[in-house]
Design a protein around this ligand. Structure first.
Ligand SMILES: [Fe+2]
Length: 381
């Protein structure tokens, strides 16, 4: 792995959120930080105050600018003692990184979910494409839980070893991430849309939407001890889907979009025992309006592809669902999913930490403009 300053826990990680990149840097001492892209500076600040009371920094930069410049520089100072007057800090130090945006077809994507704090086996699997990797997707339950801030390091260890901060990462939260005393701080350590864990993203000609099921059991489940209100959280995402549909010309119908993906930790279109009504509305809005080509999921600790109308299609899948993470702690093995994405089709390979493919499937997208699919479109709009 690339050598990094001793104050950094890992390389920076470049997350795609909406039309921005959030460059996040975990640190092991008190620092202030900003980045330079081209001739513009972007700060980790709170209303003009450089933040230092945090073990992670986030600098949000315009996607188009970093795509154009293909490099960024992280600047930082160590804060020896923050005072009301005459704060003591180090000289400015810096770290430069190149960046490779998605500009070509096909796009090589590796999908990892359910690492549950394991790093080595998921990283070994994630090396399937080697230097040709264009986009890493971390799709939930990368930490085992949020009971200790140290668990969040697994996210950064995996992302840094596979991307070096030089290619984009898409991140989605899993149900185990909602557990523990730091679960309410999870948003501080991960990319979000102003605190929201569901958002759209655009990387090159690939558009996607990250949806978040939250927990996998009813809010009243005894294990949660009255700390969960995911039912309402899931319902809010019906409104979010409607917002995305209302602004489709800036989203999935924007100029240059060739691919439309859904990223969601839980394959909500399966028979899961909760939220049939809400998940049916998600599926309906996706399938009738957004028309995604592929949905990538984890959670089941298995590797398979569910076709529309197949035995796992419980509520009307909007597209083929790829469930791509299979783990075995006993055997220290991990299976992730390598997707080679073209505008009209994709190749899906479930590959293990020995880079052995255990399942392969070619999918042809239905990029039709069949208006009959818009029938009853106002049912939920
Ligand atoms: Fe899960």
């Amino acid at each position: 792995m690339k050598s990094i300053p001793k104050e950094f826990v890992t390389t920076p990680i470049v997350y795609a959120v909406k039309n921005t990149y959030q460059i996040m840097v975990p640190v092991n001492c008190e620092t202030v930080m900003w980045v330079k892209v081209g001739d513009q500076y972007f700060y980790d600040d709170s209303n003009g105050i450089l933040r230092s009371a945090s073990s992670i920094h986030r600098m949000t930069v315009p996607m188009g600018l970093l795509d154009q410049e293909k490099k960024y520089t992280v600047y930082y100072r160590i804060i020896h003692e923050r005072k009301s007057y005459f704060t003591e800090s180090s000289d400015v130090m810096c770290y430069e990184s190149k960046f490779r945006p998605i500009e070509q077809e096909p796009v090589h994507i590796y999908h990892i979910a359910d690492a549950h704090n394991c790093v080595d086996a998921p990283v070994a699997a994630g090396r399937y494409f080697g230097e040709a990797l264009d986009l890493l997707i971390l799709n939930g339950d990368i930490p085992n839980h949020s009971g200790d801030i140290a668990c969040f390091t697994a996210i950064y260890d995996i992302a840094a070893q596979l991307t070096n901060g030089e290619i984009p990462v898409v991140f989605s939260r899993g149900n185990h991430d909602t557990r523990g005393i730091y679960a309410e701080k999870f948003e501080d350590y991960t990319p979000t849309d102003h605190g929201k864990s569901y958002y759209t993203f655009r990387v090159g000609h690939v558009w996607g939407i990250v949806l978040d099921c939250g927990e996998d059991k009813p809010d009243e489940h005894v294990a949660y001890g009255h700390t969960i209100c995911c039912e309402d959280f899931r319902r809010r995402q019906i409104d979010y889907l409607k917002e995305v549909i209302a602004t489709c010309k800036k989203e999935y119908e924007a100029l240059g979009v060739k691919n439309r993906l859904v990223i969601c930790h839980i394959p909500f279109s399966e028979q899961l025992g909760i939220e049939k009504d809400t998940y049916s509305k998600w599926a309906y809005l996706l399938s009738k309006k957004i028309r995604p080509q592929l949905m990538l999921c984890g959670h089941m600790h298995k590797a398979y592809v569910s076709d529309i109308g197949g035995e796992k299609d419980y509520i009307g899948q909007p597209c083929p669902v790829v469930v791509g993470s299979q783990t075995s702690k006993e055997e220290n093995s991990f299976v992730g999913c390598a997707v080679t994405l073209y505008a009209e089709c994709c190749n899906v390979k479930m590959t293990d930490n020995q880079r052995v493919c255990i399942l392969e499937k070619n999918l042809v997208f239905q990029n039709d403009d069949d208006d009959s699919k818009k029938e009853n479109e106002n049912e939920y709009i």
